[in-house]
Structure formats: C-alpha cells, structure tokens
Write a protein that binds this ligand. Structure first.
Ligand SMILES: [Zn+2]
Ligand SMILES: [Zn+2]
Length: 344
C-alpha cells in the first residue's frame, strides 16, 4: 500500500512510498483510514525542525478518522465496521512527573502516532485499542479527522485556563486552533473576540459565522482599546494565543485584565522579546498547553455529538493522499484553511 513516509531526518526527505499493509498486534486494532488532517506540525516534520521525538522512517499523519477493519487479539468492546478516530500518544514513559500525575500529554518521552509509530497518511493504520474513540453519529470522517486539534483546545481551555459563562475571551490567530478555541469558549458561555492580520479576512468572516461576537484586524484596529471598551475598561478575562506571532503575545499581555489568564497554544519559530514584568504587575495567570489527554478527547467528542462545535466548516480542501505535495504547499502558503487527505 502507498503511504506518506518521512524516511530520514532533516529537511524534506518525505515521499509517497510502497509499504507493507500493517496487521494489528495484541491489543491493537487496524483502522482503514478514510481521512487525515494536515497539521502545522506536519510541516515542521517536513522541514526537519520539529521539537518532538521523531523516528524515521515513519508514516506521517496523526489526525485521522476511519473504520475498524480488523481486531487484534484480546481487544474487547470494539467491532469491525465501527467508525472511529484515535488518540496520538501511543507510548509515554510512565515514570516522569507528568506521567505519574496524570498529565502524560506533557511527557518528554512521549511517542506519537505519525512521529514514532506509523500514522494516518496511509490506507491502514494499526493502533492500540485504548486510543480508539467511536465517532459520534452525524460526524463524517472529514469532520472527525479534526477531533485531535479539537481535543487540544478542550485540554487547553477546559482543563487548564478554564472559561466561565459571561466571560470575555480574546483570541489571536483565526487558524484551525483559533476557530476551534473560539467554539469551545463559546460552548462554555463566553463572549469571544478574535483578531488576525489583513491576510486573515476570510478566516475572520468564518469566525463570525462560528460565533465570534467581534473580529478585528491588528493592522488597522486598536485591539487592546476595543477589548477594554467592551469590558468597562478592564480587558479580556482570558487571552488565547493561537498564532505563534511575537506581536500577538505582546498584545495579549496588554489586552488581558488584571488577574486575568493568558493561555499560550501557538508555537513561535524561536525566542522573542516579551515584557514579563506585565505578568507581575497585573498578576496574570499564564498557562501553556501541549496536546491532549483522554479526558479532553471525551469532552471534545461530546461537543461534536451535541453540535456545540463544528469542525467541518474549517476544512477548505479534501484532497487525495497522492496530492500531498500540493496540499502541503498550499497549507504552507496559507491558501487553505484546513486540508484533509484521503487515501485512494
Ligand atoms: Zn495536530
Ligand atoms: Zn513521562
């Protein structure tokens, strides 16, 4: 079968290759993949600058949905033909502080699907049964492939920074993570403002459709002033940085109210200057978030099932796996919102 393989470390070294069809081992299931999302981190793997454990040659892809094709020995509670998605943390060390306290998503030895274990840019993918989540009815494979980034946002907002009804949340960066965060915050009862650059006009329009009460363009709007205006001069209760842009991080420290919360999800390409004294002066609570845990997946799928979050509108392109190069290029050039690949 043909799969997208990162075959060596460094820049590039990715190609569509003939690989053997995997078979499920003890406690594993074989998923016939129907849709797999391209993540920003896949671009980092492609360029060779990812800061997570990677073991080439490996089939890439960690945002997948499909149908169970085969059950390995000892698997119970699942059946062939079941529509599913799956978690990505195949192995964590079990011994570090993060693992022992239940925050295994932050384990430094985390071995992920699509990084260490063969992932979803392939017709078949064998994964441990404990990582499987059934897809809710009414959630198609393309929408289901976005369960993973949605679970990241549920983890970040629901399990770390928290959101309460009536709060004002400001989000920077209307990409997939920003638009999912927007909907998770809305589902929690918050009013959401979101800002982007002039190049983000289309994404900001989508944000309004998905429930943003106001969108702003940082090049022309005074975002800090507007956040204060809407909150009797205080500023946002919670700021969520989803862009990885240094200017957005700086804006967040200003636009957040005293004793408010600052949540960092976006990844900058390197260190940058930030006035951390603002954190002390305003007594901000600062959260960082990486990946997700089982509990966040559980809630993410409940949000999808209840129709409180929609992932399908975020997908701008569904392409065959064979068009991966064009898809990666378009994603990189920001010509597409979220691209999902399908094996043929
Ligand atoms: Zn991802
Ligand atoms: Zn660990």
């Amino acid at each position: 079968v043909k799969a997208l393989v990162k075959y060596a470390p460094g820049a590039g070294n990715v190609e569509l290759r003939e690989v053997p069809k995997p078979s499920p081992g003890q406690g594993e299931v074989l998923v016939a993949v129907k849709a797999t999302g391209i993540c920003g981190s896949d671009l980092h793997i492609y360029h060779g600058d990812i800061q997570l454990l990677l073991r080439p040659p490996v089939v890439m892809g960690h945002e997948l949905a499909g149908v169970i094709a085969e059950l390995g020995e000892g698997v119970e509670g699942l059946h062939v033909g079941q529509r599913v998605t799956c978690e990505t943390a195949v192995h964590t060390c079990g011994y570090c502080w993060a693992c022992r306290t239940g925050w295994y998503n932050a384990c430094g030895q985390k071995e992920l699907l699509g990084y260490i274990y063969d992932g979803g840019f392939a017709p078949y993918c064998a994964v441990p049964a404990r990582l499987i989540h059934p897809l809710p009815e009414g959630v198609d494979f393309v929408a289901g492939a976005l369960s993973e980034p949605l679970a990241c946002c549920v983890h970040a907002i629901g399990e770390l920074a928290g959101v309460q009804a009536g709060e004002t949340v400001l989000i920077a960066g209307p990409g997939a993570i920003g638009l999912l965060s927007l909907q998770v915050a809305r589902a929690g009862g918050a009013r959401v403002l979101i800002c982007g650059t002039a190049a983000d006009q289309g994404r900001l329009a989508l944000a309004r459709e998905l429930g943003a009460s106001e969108t702003m363009v940082v090049d022309t709007d005074d975002v800090v002033e507007r956040a204060r205006e809407l909150t009797r001069g205080d500023g946002a209760d919670l700021f969520i940085e989803c862009s990885g842009a240094p200017a957005a991080a700086r804006l967040g420290l200003e636009a957040t109210r005293r004793c408010g919360r600052y949540l960092q999800i976006g990844l900058a390409s390197g260190p940058f200057e930030l006035d951390l004294a603002r954190v002390a002066y305003k007594e901000l609570r600062v959260f960082g978030s990486l990946g997700q845990r089982w509990s966040a997946w559980h809630r993410a799928l409940a949000l999808l099932e209840g129709g409180l979050v929609q992932t399908r509108p975020l997908v701008s392109d569904v392409l065959p796996l064979s068009a991966w190069r064009e898809a990666f290029d378009r994603f990189e050039r920001k010509e597409a919102m979220k691209i999902v690949l399908q094996p043929v």
